[in-house]
Design a protein around this ligand. Structure first.
Ligand SMILES: Nc1ncnc2c1ncn2[C@@H]1O[C@H](COP(=O)(O)OP(=O)(O)OP(=O)(O)O)[C@@H](O)[C@H]1O
Length: 379
């Protein structure tokens, strides 16, 4: 079991090298913040950075300090010490309304007595933009969100997904360099969430500033973000590209909750052709899913959904791969087996199952996953 302390270490020895997230390479970070906040017995002490065009998810359990960090970035929560640099400019002392930051709050906090258009025009108006210009900008943003027809609609007449898009348009209306989103999908029901998430993902990736979003849903972090920063107890415990964090968890929380096997690929019917470099592509690996569809998708299944066998399993499980055992770690009452090869994945099994499997280091085993266990989301 590996429970790390509360210091951030960005490089895990032995971690698989990953391509730098989009836009994050050697470029100057858009956001470079060191946030120290004291709230009674709780102390947040975290460095949060985001590169141009980069979407960073702050992920962590309840009470980890995610919202405190977001509020501190927005200027809604004073710092005990530290500073917030945005494109090299120190905005620590700037009041909320002067920061080039757009915020999408969890419940969207749209003004109920204003139309969608007026809600979106509100920010620019407060910052001194003339009425006509502010309304034109708002109309344009609503059109970008596919909401032209709802410009004059009041928030209570909007669906959850529409309200979310109005909130995003409102945040973008101040032409922010940093976009902050607090649990942006939490107010939606499960079905709407999947759809809205795909739209949000596209819009976040079209945004050329930096975005920081708070979530305690690992899948949301994995799907929306280029980089994940995990907070626990007020400190950063892990940071990295989603796939790397999922594959090399550094704390029990990360292992249990973020330990997803996550892939991108192209769905044709009920079969996903997994993207990947080198080995994967050569092997043309496919993941079978239960429901059909077409297009770019994420496919995810938890390590506990993977069964391991010494011999090729009989019957016809639709997903079976022969993989190499790369590592075995114990956490809680489970054992996590890390497998490499055509489809790198992690499997959680019981110690008894491991004893039966008796894998040799570097030896091969059969892994299977039921198609019904694979969750599939538009990418
Ligand atoms: N107004 C407050 N005064 C004092 N302490 C507070 C206040 N609000 C929150 N806290 C403390 O700050 C800590 C971090 O809270 P925060 O809301 O930032 O966590 P979080 O990670 O966003 O959690 P959640 O996922 O539950 O929203 C908590 O331990 C909480 O007790």
């Amino acid at each position: 079991m590996s429970t790390e302390g509360d210091t951030a270490r960005r490089e895990e020895p032995g971690a698989a090298p990953e391509a730098a997230p989009r836009g994050a390479a050697a470029a100057e970070p858009v956001l470079d913040a060191r946030l120290a906040v004291d709230r009674g017995r709780f102390r947040l002490d975290a460095r949060i950075t985001a590169g141009p065009g980069e979407v960073v998810a702050l992920l962590g359990p309840n009470g980890a300090g995610k919202s405190t960090a977001l509020r501190a970035l927005a200027g809604l929560q004073p710092l005990s010490s530290g500073r917030v640099l945005l494109e090299g400019r120190d905005i620590t002392a700037e009041p909320v309304e002067r920061r080039p930051i757009g915020v999408v709050f969890q419940d969207y906090l749209l003004f109920g007595h204003m139309s969608a258009l007026e809600n979106v025009a509100f920010g620019p108006r407060c910052r001194g933009t003339g009425r006509t210009e502010a309304r034109a900008l708002a109309a344009e943003l609503l059109a970008d969100m596919g909401l032209e027809a709802y410009a004059h609609t009041r928030p209570r007449r909007l669906s959850g997904g529409q309200a979310q898009r109005v909130a995003l348009a409102r945040a973008l209306a101040v032409r922010p360099r940093l976009l902050l989103l607090d649990e942006p999908l939490a107010a939606l029901d499960a079905h709407t969430r999947v759809e809205v998430r795909a739209g949000l993902s596209r819009r976040l990736h079209d945004f050329d500033g930096a975005a920081v979003l708070v979530t305690h849903d690992p899948l949301e972090a994995m799907v929306l973000a280029d980089r994940v920063t995990v907070l626990e107890g007020g400190g950063v415990v892990q940071e990295g590209p989603p796939a790397e964090v999922a594959r090399y968890p550094r704390t029990d929380y990360v292992a249990r909750l973020v330990g997803l096997n996550l892939y991108r690929g192209e769905r044709h019917g009920t079969s996903i052709e997994v993207d990947g470099a080198g080995e994967n592509r050569a092997a043309g690996v496919r993941i079978e899913v239960a429901s059909p569809g077409e297009g770019r998708v994420f496919a995810a299944f938890p390590p506990r959904a993977v069964a391991l066998y010494r011999e090729e399993p009989v019957g016809t499980p639709r997903n079976v791969w022969r993989l190499r055992v790369e590592g075995v770690e114990r956490f809680g009452d489970q054992v996590r087996v890390r497998l490499g090869g055509a489809l790198p994945l992690s499997a959680d099994i019981t110690p008894a199952a491991l004893a039966e499997l008796a894998p040799e280091p570097g030896g091969e085993v059969w892994a299977s996953v039921k198609a019904t266990e694979v969750q599939c989301y538009p990418a």
